[in-house]
Design a protein around this ligand. Structure first.
Ligand SMILES: [Fe+2]
Ligand SMILES: [Fe+2]
Length: 318
């Protein structure tokens, strides 16, 4: 039973899986594309950092906590190759049924321009709304919680990892958030790129971050979840009635090193968050448990915090 009681909705959040690419080759047409540079980066550095055995440990720990729903905020792949999408299906199916797993794409899932049937649209089972629509933002209601999936994955130039939602999607987001708010639901916005100002350098940032934030500030949301930076982040953006909490989770497949364990250093080790959401007489109470990989290979709780909405008591509780 949840510490918040049976009524709490238990949402697990993970991101940036960067699934392994062993034995994958580039199609000839990509030899002169951005994919070549990303493949070199993978071979030299990233394949030693993002490990399949770490991801297996994380998934085992996550599933042992029996969440009601799992949110994956993008960067499942590395080069958005057809073979990577093929392999991702089995991995996503291990997490749970598509109605219990919600996915949005990250920049690595659309590294280059792709035909409609080649890219993240292959994940429609995990990325469609309750109405069957695959348009973004899509809406999935699960009890009193609603997941609103935003797509910021667009192909970019070499050495760029920026994102863009686009004016049309932002306008639809504002309308949907306002409507869901009128229904009294706990609105969770899922977005790959951070929405906090200055949290990513320009070449990695969300180009229309201000537009997304303006939509959320006007229409409201109870929580925003993202990945992309591969670091843990907890901050707030403006909402119509006060600050709205935003949580960024580190990558799900990253090794734990001695450097990570040093005080004052950013810890990049694999992590996932258990977010327990409960309705209260005053609104909502949300408790977050951060589970992190240690050098021994075990996952441990590395932090707990809680906040209420309306956000009068917003802050770290413990
Ligand atoms: Fe990533
Ligand atoms: Fe990313």
């Amino acid at each position: 039973m949840s510490a918040l009681g049976n009524a709490a909705f238990r949402l697990a959040h993970l991101s940036d899986l960067h699934l392994p690419m062993a034995n994958m080759a580039l199609p000839w047409r990509d030899v002169f594309s951005k994919r070549l540079f990303s493949l070199i980066s993978w071979q030299i550095r990233r394949r030693h950092i993002h490990r399949p055995e770490i991801l297996d440990l994380l998934v085992a720990d996550l599933l042992a906590h029996r969440p009601d729903h799992i949110a994956v905020t993008g960067d499942v792949t590395n080069l958005s190759l057809a073979d990577e999408f093929d392999r991702s299906f089995a991995w996503l199916e291990r997490l749970g049924k598509p109605q219990s797993v919600t996915l949005i794409p990250g920049n690595h899932d659309r590294l280059v321009a792709l035909a409609p049937d080649e890219g993240p649209s292959r994940w429609t089972r995990w990325m469609q709304g309750d109405d069957g629509s695959a348009d973004f933002p899509f809406v999935r209601v699960r009890g009193a919680v609603v997941l609103v999936g935003v797509n910021t994955a667009v192909p970019t130039r070499l050495f760029q990892a920026s994102g863009r939602a686009g004016a049309g999607q932002i306008a639809r987001l504002k309308v949907k958030l306002a409507e869901l708010g009128r229904h009294g639901l706990f609105r969770v916005v899922l977005i790959h790129h951070p929405v906090g100002k200055g949290l990513a350098p320009d070449r990695k940032a969300l180009d229309d971050r201000a537009g997304i934030c303006a939509a959320i500030a006007e229409a409201g949301a109870e929580l925003v979840l993202h990945g992309h930076n591969h670091t843990a982040e907890f901050y707030a953006v403006d909402g119509p009635a006060g600050p709205i909490p935003v949580i960024g989770v580190p990558a799900a497949s990253t090794i734990a090193t001695a450097k990570d364990a040093r005080p004052g250093k950013i810890n990049h080790a694999a992590r996932w968050h258990l977010i327990e959401i409960a309705r209260t007489s005053a609104g909502w109470h949300t408790a977050v448990t951060a589970r992190r990989l240690t050098q021994s290979g075990a996952f441990e709780t590395c932090g707990r915090f809680a906040f209420d909405a309306p956000q009068a008591a917003f802050g770290i509780a413990s």
